[in-house]
Unconditional design. Structure first.
Lengths: 415, 294
């Protein structure tokens, strides 16, 4: 019995030891698995930066190479989402009050960035502010000189684009006076197959506001644009009315098409349904043959909207370190060189001219001697911007309602 | 007595979670919104928000009487109801009767019902393109008939009507399906008896079908009316209330006050107006449900 019980004890000890080894082994495996998972997830989470920008379609395709180069250089992956600024303006305040942010790097209006500095990372010591062209960072600086956003690339809104081949085949040339401009429109209208002289892009309304600002700047001067932004003049002033009446004259003559979704009408214009198309410089990256493009400003124009894309890093970004690396890259010569090479952009840092496509070099020449200005509706923003776009859509089809439209715009200006 | 108290206690344990949710997510926001509508920009209790909203041309625009659209979002909503409600109800009833006991009727009904199934945001985008000059199906039909087409949503006189008729297309599936279900509940013996008595099909429709579909009609009318009072997504995506506010509606104006102007007091006033209107609209349905229960 004693021998059996000793044997049993021996077995019990053996099994207990084995059990201990097995349990130890399982414990170690669990520890290893957890460690691997933690490392893996940390690696996955920490090496990704999320970006929100306003571009989709062809414009987004032109931005992604920049992010790809950033990823290749730093090993930090990225995700990109498209979000319109006017939608972000609704979403971000609530997110910020919950101390959250939808992305690490967000492209947004400058007035939003400077109005929300308590939720935005101070970038004064992060980016090289001296590398920027003079004035590029002014709209994202506070009065004490701190910088809360980066200026990425800019686009100018130079004027009316046309296809060189279209003009050559119909014996047309760019006008140098207002009368020549009207005569040109009249001639285009008579070309068989052409629906209207000027294509009118639509969407939420910004393409129409770009045209309108060009008229305000040409016939009211750059000072008018600045006064309207600052609220120093009313929409019913003589200067505004004079400029708007030039536009209304053309609308009443039927030279402009009905407002149509701007990328749809871009294709139609390219195919010869329309002669001219007022659009920003980004059009050069959206057509099949940018070398066939040319542009002219309204005769007498002394100013041009220089629309910079601004971005910021929210304080509540989950991968802040990665986001800061990205903004450094986006504000560098290297990052912006890749972007300008796609066409349709102007760098805000010292990028060499050799990086620009030929047509963008021509645009750069157009900006010589003219004053660069902020975009009117982006600068004022809020309800007024929505009202501005809405009233322009009305004027485009009912130009006789100009008085009502100007009255509404005056009433909705921020006090 | 003790048993009743115990029963009540047990009853309240079961009902308490639902009641709590109701209080937190329905009653509290509702009363808070009503309270907010009386708080002005200085933080004082006053009627200034109501004065500002009801005197605003975004809500009521008397200039419309002289020159046409816009008339203000309140009038636009009333126009929406006046056109959309009878059209959707009648077309839905007509389709339900037409497709009853017809081969392939189920498939056709499913296709018509797709409008209800798709998100209204998608519906709004489709409406925008349907009425577009160059690519729109509406203009294609008009041109086939020898009429000139245009971008209907771009003009103040036609923008609201384009949205309304587009929404009839989206919403008709709802009334059609309800009426289809209602028609199945009418016993065939009524029609057989009427046939024996020599009643025409039209008389059977008037004297049998329509009266017996009254409860369904109340539901269709009420639900459609409630939807029309709150319509937002179609307008937001198709026209954003434009051009020049000519297709603006109350729900969109509430959004613009709240999230573009950042004036939540005025936004709350419009919310109160919409809530009061929907409560008024729901009374007939509640009354009808009460009558049925009795």
């Amino acid at each position: 019995m004693r021998g059996f019980s000793d044997h049993l004890s021996g077995l019990r000890e053996m099994f207990t030891e084995k059990q201990i080894y097995i349990e130890k082994g399982v414990f170690l495996m669990k520890k290893l698995l957890v460690t691997v998972l933690v490392v893996l997830s940390t690696a996955l989470i920490s090496s990704t930066v999320s970006v929100i920008g306003p571009w989709s379609g062809v414009e987004m395709d032109a931005f992604l190479p920049v992010l790809e180069e950033f990823k290749a250089k730093t090993g930090i992956d990225y995700t990109y989402q498209t979000y319109r600024a006017e939608d972000l303006a609704n979403v971000l305040p609530a997110q910020f009050s919950a101390k959250k942010a939808p992305a690490g790097v967000i492209f947004m209006w400058s007035n939003f960035i400077t109005s929300n500095t308590q939720h935005v990372v101070d970038l004064s010591d992060v980016i090289d502010t001296d590398a920027y062209i003079p004035g590029a960072l002014d709209n994202v600086k506070t009065s004490d000189g701190r910088v809360f956003g980066i200026s990425y690339t800019a686009k100018v809104k130079p004027g009316f684009w046309y296809r060189k081949s279209f003009f050559e085949s119909h014996g047309l040339k760019a006008p140098t006076t207002w009368d020549e401009f009207v005569a040109l429109l009249e001639k285009i209208e008579t070309i068989p197959g052409v629906k209207d002289a000027i294509a009118s892009g639509n969407g939420v309304g910004w393409p129409l506001s770009d045209v309108t600002e060009h008229f305000l700047i040409t016939f009211g001067g750059p000072e008018l644009q600045k006064d309207l932004i600052e609220g120093n003049t009313t929409w019913r002033s003589y200067a505004v009315r004079n400029a708007m009446e030039k536009l209304v004259y053309l609308l009443e003559k039927g030279y402009f098409s009905e407002p149509t979704e701007w990328t749809t009408i871009l294709e139609q214009w390219w195919n010869g349904d329309y002669g001219l198309y007022f659009m920003g410089q980004w059009i050069t990256g959206m057509v099949d043959d940018p070398n066939d493009l040319a542009v002219f400003s309204l005769p007498g124009n002394r100013g041009m909207v220089f629309s910079i894309d601004y971005a910021f890093v929210p304080e509540y970004a989950t991968n802040k370190a990665e986001a800061l690396e990205l903004v450094k890259f986006l504000s560098s010569v290297e990052g912006q060189s890749i972007q300008v090479a796609q066409g349709g952009h102007i760098a805000t840092v010292g990028v060499d001219m050799s990086n620009y496509p030929a047509v963008d070099k021509e645009i750069a020449k157009l900006t010589e001697g003219v004053e660069t200005l902020n975009d009117l509706d982006d600068s004022i923003g809020g309800l007024w911007q929505t009202a501005f776009w809405d009233q322009l859509k009305l004027i485009w089809v009912r130009p006789e309602r100009l008085d009502d439209a100007l009255m509404d715009l005056d009433e909705k200006m921020p006090k | 007595m003790a048993l009743r108290k115990a029963k009540f206690r047990h009853f309240s344990y079961f009902i308490l979670p639902a009641l709590l949710l109701l209080v937190i997510f329905v009653l509290y926001p509702t009363f808070n919104t009503i309270f907010l509508s009386f708080v002005d920009s200085e933080g004082n209790l006053s009627l200034s928000n109501y004065r500002e909203v009801f005197s605003s041309r975004d809500i009521l625009d008397p200039r419309g009487l002289e020159r046409g659209f816009p008339f203000g979002s309140l009038i636009h909503n009333l126009m929406w109801i006046a056109i959309h409600l009878p059209l959707t109800t009648l077309v839905g009833l007509f389709l339900a009767i037409l497709l009853r006991d017809v081969k392939g009727g189920g498939i056709v009904k499913s296709i018509i019902f797709l409008g209800m199934v798709m998100p209204m945001i998608v519906g709004g985008i489709m409406i925008r393109f349907m009425f577009e000059e160059n690519v729109g199906v509406v203009n294609l039909v008009l041109q086939t008939l020898g009429l000139e087409g245009k971008t209907w949503t771009a003009y103040p006189e036609t923008a609201l009507f384009a949205l309304i008729f587009g929404s009839v297309w989206l919403w008709t599936g709802f009334s059609m399906i309800l009426y289809s279900a209602g028609l199945e509940t009418i016993p065939n013996t009524y029609y057989e008896a009427a046939q024996i008595d020599g009643a025409s099909k039209f008389k059977m429709l008037l004297k049998i079908t329509i009266p017996l579909l009254k409860p369904i009609t109340v539901v269709v009318l009420t639900m459609t009316l409630l939807w029309e009072l709150k319509v937002f997504d179609i307008v937001y995506i198709a026209t954003m209330g434009g051009p020049g506010g000519s297709s603006n509606v109350l729900a969109l104006q509430m959004y613009l006050y709240g999230f573009r102007e950042w004036d939540f007091g005025k936004s709350a006033v419009v919310a109160v107006l919409i809530t009061a209107s929907t409560l008024l609209a729901a009374i007939p349905m509640m009354k009808s449900a009460g009558d049925e229960a009795e």
